[in-house]
Write a protein that binds this ligand. Sequence first.
Ligand code: NAG
Ligand code: NAG
Ligand code: NAG
Ligand code: NAG
Ligand code: NAG
Ligand code: NAG
Ligand code: NAG
Ligand code: NAG
Length: 904
Amino acid sequence: MGLSSLCLAFASMFILSKLVLSRLVMADSLQSYTPPCHDDEIFALLQFKQSFVIHMSASRCEAAAHLKISSWKSNSNCCSWDGVECDEETRQVIGLDLSSSCLYGSINSNSTLFRLFHLESLNLAHNNFNFSQIPPTVRNFPKLRYLNLSYSNFSGQVPSEVSQLTKLSSLDLSYNEDMFSNEELLRSLAQNLTDLETLDLSSINISSTTLNTFANLSHLTSLVLAECGMFGKLPFSLGNLRHLIYLDLSMNEFNGQIPSSFANLTQLTYFSLGGNYINGIIPCSLGNLTQLTILRLYQNQLSGPIPSCLGNLGKLTVLDLDFNKFQGEIPESLLNVVRLKGLLLAYNTLSGTVEFLKLLKPLPNLKWVDLSGNNLDVITETRTMNASSIPRLEMLGLGSCNIRKFPNFLRYQDTLEFLNLSRNGIHGQVPKWMWNISRESLALLDISHNLLSGLDQPPVVLPWVDLAGLDLSFNRLSGPLSVPSSQYMKFYHISNNKITGEISPLICNARSLNSLDVSNNNLSGMLPRCLGNLSSLEVLSVGNNYFHGTLPHLCPTNGSDLMLIDVSRNQLQGKLPRSLANCLRLESLVLSSNKFDDVFPVWLGTLSELKVLAMRNSGFYGAIPRHQSNHDDGFPNLRILDLSQNNFTGQFAFEFILSGKSMRGIHLDGSKYMRAFELVAVESGPGGGYYEGFYFYEYSITLMNKGLQRYFQKIREDFMAIDLSSNRFEGKIPEFIGNLKGLRSLNVSSNILSGRIPPSLGNLTNLEALDLSHNNFLGEIPPSLLQLSFLQIFSVSYNNLKGQIPVGNQFSTFEVTSYEGNPGLCGVPLPKKCSRPEGVELPHSTAEEDGVELDWKFVAAGLVSGLVVGVVLADFVTTRFSVRFIEIVALLIRLMKRMRRPRS
Ligand SMILES: *[C@@H]1O[C@H](CO)[C@@H](O)[C@H](O)[C@H]1NC(C)=O
Ligand SMILES: *[C@@H]1O[C@H](CO)[C@@H](O)[C@H](O)[C@H]1NC(C)=O
Ligand SMILES: *[C@@H]1O[C@H](CO)[C@@H](O)[C@H](O)[C@H]1NC(C)=O
Ligand SMILES: *[C@@H]1O[C@H](CO)[C@@H](O)[C@H](O)[C@H]1NC(C)=O
Ligand SMILES: *[C@@H]1O[C@H](CO)[C@@H](O)[C@H](O)[C@H]1NC(C)=O
Ligand SMILES: *[C@@H]1O[C@H](CO)[C@@H](O)[C@H](O)[C@H]1NC(C)=O
Ligand SMILES: *[C@@H]1O[C@H](CO)[C@@H](O)[C@H](O)[C@H]1NC(C)=O
Ligand SMILES: *[C@@H]1O[C@H](CO)[C@@H](O)[C@H](O)[C@H]1NC(C)=O
């Protein structure tokens, strides 16, 4: 008995102690107790933390309040810190994930980071390491399997030590700078790191490398080489890469055809060749890639029909063939691909008739459809079908689809984010049910370039609360202007209609408006004063209306974003607001054809970005004062100056106003065009990625010389023109003019300029038009002008020139009208022969010219700056299922100017 009770007692004690123990353990785990980490690693981590500041400049730094690193405190267990992972047994730090932690600062070999010798995984993506080089001490991580430095502002050559990290299975260096200027290094990397499964080098220039470099990496499942500057044909005979699941070669310069060897990559689920120069047809062998879920071949030169074998790709969710040259009909086999969410066929030359509801019916998962910009006849009504049963779409592009009637099925669409019905010849009114569709979701609406005559019962305030862009331009809309309710509105374009009434100050509720274009309407009243408070406004275009009153105080502070102001062809009065001097980003100011009453705004001379200043016929007068400063440094970036048809007097301060480097043709990129450029939207898209939509305003210009009008739809950055015509400028043109090497057009006609024509004009070898007519120039036409080999338009008529007209070159193309009204001139093409050899002055004689009285009026020269809208969409290739939705942009487009992302 004793023994058994003892045993019992023992047992109960055991139970008790076990209970206590488990209580203890429970209490510990309640405090999330874990055995401590090593002191040296705590120290290393804290030192590492201290070597950075938290700064919003880091990529994707939004929520600085919830940073992982803020949980890092001394005297605590580093294994429990956010972003830190320890080995369960050794308690050594084996993982560090500080991605998107707003870290800003430099990193070098001395960093205590490199004392975490046991790291297996390191993610520092989306920070700002201030263009540091990856330190060679990265070799201290021999066990590293995962290294991610994407988007973290590293710069400079990758150290060769990286190729000693032979355990690496994932390496992401994307979106840093100049990592592989030494291509040998990339080769040794690709030879040594044979365990790599994931490699992302996007945006890193590896143009001297071919795909074969990666042939040894036989374990690769994901290879992302977007925007790497790679070129040449796609061989892809490797066999070695047959485990690839994810292959992104977009935005390179690959050419040639799609090799059928791609069909060997049978595991592929994601395949993008978008944004290259691939031509030929889609080989049917791609139909063998039965695991494919996303296929992107957008923006290439592919042609032929869309092969019906693509209908075999039963798992396909996104088919993106936008911006190619595909012909023929949309194959019916695509209707078998029932998982399809995105069908993007825009901007090809597809033809045939598409019954839209029938197309959608078998594809219940469709969310993104774009058929814009083909030769399709899209029928939007089918009597036998119930339009309410078709899928709810998020993006619908039906631009240029020969639609004549406003599609009725739209009234059931309550999830639309993007709707493009532009360029269709839709007539009649926008039905009033439109004001009820997709109220919560609609972000972009483009119904521009149709024949719409009005809006049925338009609301004073537009109903879409998230609307970011609205384009109703180029219709026949009349009635008043509706204002946006969305405070996210980025652009509002309603130009080229017959809109009447005033612009309500409610427009300024759109606090983030980038671009307002109401030009070419019948609007009147004053421009709302509050426009000056829209600090994000970049483009303000209100030309050709009936606005009166003074210009609002734009750019009240230096923080304004305005790049382009066009108020031409109105009835604006008074003085220019001095606040314009705060528009530090201003590139183009077009004031022409108004009734201002002011002197030349010499105070704009400090605007370092100003490229275009046009104030033709707009009521300016008086002498142009030189700037107070001693230096001739006004208007440093000016390239286009139009002062014509005003009442300017005195000497024109050539040296001051035209002293900028630009006018001298220095540092200008002739391959670029002048434009205002702005990000429109970053939104999520199919497959969990996101896209960015950009648009730009491209400046255009009309030059008039000698009555000839020349319209430039876009203006090259190196284009330069000066028009001072029809004023009362006096004095001489200084020899200085010969410095303005970039000049293509110079018009000083109808002034009272005198003196000789400066021979240095012959130095302006880019000159295409030169008009010196109707002045008091004396002396000869300098023979140096024979050097102007691009000169097409030339006039010196109605001056007091004498002597022989230069012979040869372009001068053999000019007619009598170029010279008339100069009694002393002789030689071809004038009837008056020179009696002396070339170069010898003739005695002045007017007799022969008497009676020559042509009824010829010189049409004063002028520059009109106009606007063209275009859109560019950027491919955001970092995210796995990133979406390049160039078609979304198509919704915003009036003119698709450029389809590739700017590469620099
Ligand atoms: C970034 O680098 C620049 C130039 O090397 C340096 O002047 C600056 O102090 C660095 N900023 C930080 C936060 O380290
Ligand atoms: C690392 O530290 C040593 C000693 O403090 C110093 O001499 C050296 O310049 C540092 N190296 C770098 C790259 O900062
Ligand atoms: C390749 O890795 C080995 C060790 O695994 C190393 O010795 C060698 O230096 C590496 N090659 C290069 C080019 O770094
Ligand atoms: C690198 O990190 C970023 C940010 O966390 C992530 O989006 C990306 O997918 C990572 N890359 C790889 C290859 O894991
Ligand atoms: C595809 O793979 C097979 C078998 O691995 C190989 O024989 C064939 O040459 C490959 N085709 C191409 C075009 O690479
Ligand atoms: C594609 O599949 C077909 C049969 O489905 C086969 O005949 C053909 O060889 C395959 N092509 C390639 C390149 O594997
Ligand atoms: C120039 O000024 C005169 C009066 O001084 C005026 O009649 C004329 O309309 C003005 N011309 C222009 C183009 O403004
Ligand atoms: C510019 O023109 C003047 C006068 O014709 C001449 O003397 C000078 O050499 C020219 N300069 C250049 C750079 O062509």
